[in-house]
Write a protein that binds this ligand. Sequence first.
Ligand SMILES: [Zn+2]
Length: 391
Amino acid sequence: MSAASPDSHLPELLTCDVLFTGVGGGFSPGGVVVAGGMIAATGTPETLRASYPHAREWRAGAVIAPPPVNAHTHLDMSAYEFRALPYFRWIPEVVIAQREKRGVAGALAGADELARLGVGAVGDIVWQAEALAPLLARDDLPGVLYFEVLSPFPERADEVFRAARATVEAARRLERPGGPRVGLSPHTPFTVSHRLMRLLTEYAAGEGLPVQIHVAEHPAELDLFRTGGGPIWESMRRLPYPDTFAAVIGREPEPDLTPVRYLDELGALAGRPTLVHMVNVTPDDIARTGRAGCPVVTCPRSNTHLECGVFPWTAFAAAGVEVALGTDSVASGESLDVREEVAFARLLHPNLDPRLIVRAAVKGGHRVLGTRAPVLRRGEPWDEGYVWSSL
Ligand SMILES: [Zn+2]
């Protein structure tokens, strides 16, 4: 029987594997007592049985928590067909091959899908400026729209920065209460020149704009910063790109240089940007991320499908780094449902406390985006959406 049924006279005890109320660390197993459509108590099933011996008990599902947050996606790719391929095949065979499917229509369809899923909030990377206005007009899409900027040529940095700033300023005038805010995304440390990276991150820090940067997704990023060569360099050379990688980053590659150390020494971490992926990192990178206070978004399904490796979640947690979850685009993540991402993460990280993963999907995501989760506590209305039924 549904907890919200009008004929529910007795309280009901809903149990689950993991309960996250929105505060604290969570309960495993967990339970919620619902009476007359309102939350009466939360805790472990054992303590709730003792306090509510007459409650009718039933298992609600694997997880009870506020709606999860999709902290990193590319909604404008929502019309793409999903294909799992190694990273260096996926870019030409999926991203480029299906590029006519990228656009405003896909972004709005993705936003509809997130609304249907009841997402808590979204962090969306916006590639085309024309997608900003229609997404900002939505009142069912709390979160951040990160306008993506990409240019590896330092001599063009000022011009590209001025154009990006004009786009962001125009978009910010369209922000509405309850809707998404505008942020910035310098694409990656190897597709954005050192000068442009500094201009963008300093501007964002000064304006209080949220920032996301894709960092250390594929192991070849480490080769690039160590040697200036490797498979990323080979693929970039087929595009308009400076003659040397040193020209992009404004320094010589060296054996101990990593994308994270580079960004840190450039000053790009000072405004606490969110770092997305962070799969191929060193212990020093993890320590730097913790010291800088940067949160991290992990996209477990995308990283697995593109054969990029496994996010070292335990080490980031030990360094006190705030972790959130994202699906990346449907082209690599397969769906926009973060509950599926959580289920996958539980298989991928069997030694990690599942409460930590659920907390990351809710609280971590809201921390990244600056939004707030509802709290499941006594006196608050019960919502069937708190049961993550797809798990
Ligand atoms: Zn991404």
